[in-house]
Design a protein around this ligand. Structure first.
Ligand code: ADP
Ligand code: ZN
Ligand code: ZN
Length: 711
């Protein structure tokens, strides 16, 4: 007698079904078991789920194969996936399958058995760097205090530590104490970007490979091959007791790693927007980490069973607000580490009033002089400009022609290196025309500045500056290097370029925010933000928060050596030197900045004082996209929670058309997260129905973004 089982599978996008499907099985299969099941004409990977299968009439198709040989995915894992699907308004199967390594989907039962037969071994993290047992420093007083609270309190913890205060050392020690105390324990350490993993991997490998062997540490991120990811996933899933991984180091996707012994989650640079997935299920890995730790602790019946440690020098205002004193309603424990290790000072911040230099000056003369001085001393400088390419627009001098993208409501960026006009939204690229397509004038000129142009200009400005110590036959000219998404497209290019900076064969580094994050550049003593003003008056209420974090982080790149710290500087070119953001930055005063921002947000009723979701719709015409949203909004009137949820009128998105698709969005907002959640769940079927409703045509897709990072 075959049993009916609920199985979650990845259904086609926009299927109105979102729960498990029913299949028949001769064997009883525990929830969490991986199976192959027929779906339409194909066979697909599924996970046996909890609860009863839909009774439904008639026969159901049988499970095709069971991928056994490993423990079923745990109840805690299933609960995490179920929560994420519900909270972020996505189908269960989509979230569950996306949380598994992609290669699992491709293996049939025989291939799976062969794969399991090979020695289960995690990929890469442990042996990424020759584990050079680095001496373990004695903790500073601040580190010791933070660790003591980690030991005795339950968290969630927000480690608020300046750049260079030794946060990573706190993560290392917290992991070390846990692994030593509990032989079954596992730790998950997350970083925002793949680029930041090698450095961290090396530090973790140096500390833990000598203690537990190189296989104890595995990595999980999208830069790995499918085979490596599967290997890491299996090692994490096996658990410590079975000789699997003890530490998983990864990017946001790692929050879903199956870890039976999970007892610590570290989220480094917790404020980083990269923790929010920007397509499909738009989850926040940081928020899920907090949920996951609490849930694991609840299951264990011990509030200290699984800890979560968020770390940042510039926390997200959400986490900062949560870590206010408990008496004021705070729920997180704030662990402050204000001092830099080795008494290194944060660099002095200098504001250059761009109102006082001739118009169109790109780099103020005083800044050029300061850079030249560093070069003469054999030190490095770093210039930040958040715009790649040569110029954001190419325009005609005689008529109004500009390099608009024919497929998007955006300009194509002029890249001088290959004389191309490239759309950064849809990728459409063409060679720069010989003459204006409108009037035939050959006088086409770049408007505005990007990193390529800054690099070129800097080379020109520094043409007469000689660096000391140039070898015989070597040019004594200053060496400028640009690092951005364009210069690092080739695999391995970023590593090579970073290696040059570390080796000191670069005098001035020019780049986008890519270079401001995390990298430990020892010889940089000057950091300059060339044109940060855009974010001061952006329509996005989070722009100042991101700018402050970027500038603090960039400042943290300078003077990491105590000896140089005193002489290190952060330069900011601005037309608004009086802006309070810069005043707080000058004092390296994140708490003051955060207090001012939070006061504004509270007045305006914005997050974290309210909760938001966006519905985005894409259609052939803007009118169709907006009509869909307006209709769905109107039909939401009577839904549960609707009286507590404000619904705003649909508006075009900031870049309204991309690749010939019109995009619109609608904001919904509530003071109550529960009311918003209840409303969104009830709204799903309405949105599905609206898309098929009479009078609504041409809607290509729609999606809900809960807790959106940009509105
Ligand atoms: P953060 O993660 O806060 O930027 P790190 O943990 O990378 O800081 O520490 C900055 C530097 O100080 C690193 O080179 C690290 O090895 C060193 N360091 C950290 N803690 C100590 C300590 N207790 N004693 C000596 N050096 C330390
Ligand atoms: Zn023209
Ligand atoms: Zn385009």
């Amino acid at each position: 007698m075959a049993e009916r089982l609920p199985v979650v599978v990845q259904l086609p996008a926009h299927s109105a079904l979102s729960g498990p499907l029913s299949y028949a099985s001769e064997r009883a299969l525990a929830p969490g078991t991986l199976v192959r099941v027929p779906l339409g004409k194909r066979e697909t990977l599924g996970v046996v789920w909890d609860g009863e299968a839909e009774p439904g009439p008639g026969e159901v198709r049988p499970v095709a194969a069971v991928l056994d040989g490993i423990a079923p995915l745990s109840a805690a894992w299933r609960q995490l996936v179920g929560f994420a699907a519900g909270y972020y308004q996505r189908a269960l199967g989509e979230v569950a399958l996306a949380a598994l390594p992609p290669q699992l989907r491709e293996l049939d039962a025989a291939q799976w058995q062969r794969r399991l037969g090979r020695k289960a071994r995690g990929a890469g993290a442990g042996d990424a760097a020759a584990p050079d047992p680095a001496p373990v420093p004695a903790p500073s007083a601040e580190q010791a205090a933070a660790l003591a609270r980690l030991r005795s309190e339950a968290g969630p913890f927000l480690l608020f530590g300046s750049t260079g205060s030794g946060k990573t050392e706190v993560y290392l020690r917290a992991v070390q104490e846990l692994l030593a105390a509990d032989p079954a324990a596992q730790a998950l350490v997350m970083v925002p970007e793949i680029n930041l993993t090698p450095q961290l991997q090396a530090r973790f490998a140096a500390r833990f490979a000598p203690l537990y062997g190189p296989q104890a540490l595995v990595a999980l991120h999208s830069g790995m091959t499918p085979a490596q990811r599967l290997a890491s996933w299996l090692a994490a899933h096996a658990g410590a007791a079975a000789g699997g991984a003890r530490i998983v180091l990864g990017t946001r996707m790692a929050v879903f790693a199956s870890m039976p012994g999970l007892r610590l989650i570290v989220v480094d640079e917790e404020h980083d927007p990269s923790y929010k997935q920007q397509e499909g299920a738009r989850y926040s890995a940081r928020d899920l980490a907090v949920y996951r730790a609490r849930q694991e602790s609840r299951r264990a019946g011990d509030p200290q069973h699984c800890r979560v440690l968020l770390g940042s020098a510039t926390p997200s205002l959400e986490s900062w607000h949560h870590s206010r004193p408990a008496a004021e309603g705070g729920r997180y424990q704030r662990l402050a580490m204000p001092s830099r290790i080795g008494a290194g000072r944060l660099p002095a911040v200098r504001l250059v009033d761009m109102g006082l230099v001739p118009r169109h000056t790109q780099i103020a003369p005083a800044l050029v002089a300061a850079i030249a001085e560093r070069i003469a001393r054999g030190e490095q400088s770093m210039l930040l400009l958040n715009r790649r390419g040569y110029a954001p627009v190419l325009g005609c001098a005689s008529c109004d022609w500009k390099s608009l993208c024919p497929h998007c409501s955006a300009y194509r960026v002029f890249h001088k290196i290959d004389r191309s006009l490239r759309c950064h939204h849809c990728g459409f690229a063409e060679r720069v025309p010989q003459a204006c397509p409108e009037c035939g004038d050959v006088d086409l000129a770049p408007i505005g500045r990007g990193t390529e142009r800054l690099e070129e200009h800097l080379e020109h400005l520094l043409a007469h500056v000689e660096r000391p110590g140039a070898a015989d036959g070597e040019s004594p000219r200053a060496r400028v290097l640009r690092i951005d998404a364009d210069s690092t497209r080739r695999k391995g290019a970023l590593e090579e370029q970073l290696a040059r900076v570390h080796a000191g064969t670069v005098d001035v580094l020019v780049g986008t925010q890519m270079i401001a994050k995390g990298h430990d550049f020892r010889r940089i003593t000057l950091v300059a933000a060339v044109n940060p003003d855009g974010a001061l008056f952006s329509s996005d209420f989070r722009a100042p928060e991101r700018l402050f974090a970027l500038l603090m982080q960039a400042a943290g790149r300078a003077g990491r050596d105590a000896a140089q710290g005193a002489a290190s500087e952060m330069w900011i070119q601005t037309a608004h030197p009086q802006h309070p953001l810069f005043a707080a930055l000058r004092r390296h005063d994140f708490p003051a900045f955060a207090a001012a921002q939070l006061a504004e947000r509270q007045q305006a009723g914005m997050p974290p004082f309210s909760h938001q979701a966006l519905v985005r719709a894409e259609a052939r015409t803007q009118q169709a996209a907006q009509a869909f949203l307006a209709q769905a909004g109107a039909d939401a009137e009577a839904l549960p929670g609707a009286d507590l949820v404000s619904r705003y009128p649909p508006v075009p998105m900031a870049v309204q058309r991309v690749a010939n698709v019109e995009r619109a969005q609608m904001l919904v907002e509530s003071d109550s997260r529960a009311a918003l959640q209840q409303f969104l769940a009830a709204w799903q079927p309405v949105l599905h129905a609206t898309r098929r409703a009479a009078g609504i045509e041409g809607v290509l897709r729609w999606a809900v973004d809960v807790d959106p990072l940009a509105v």
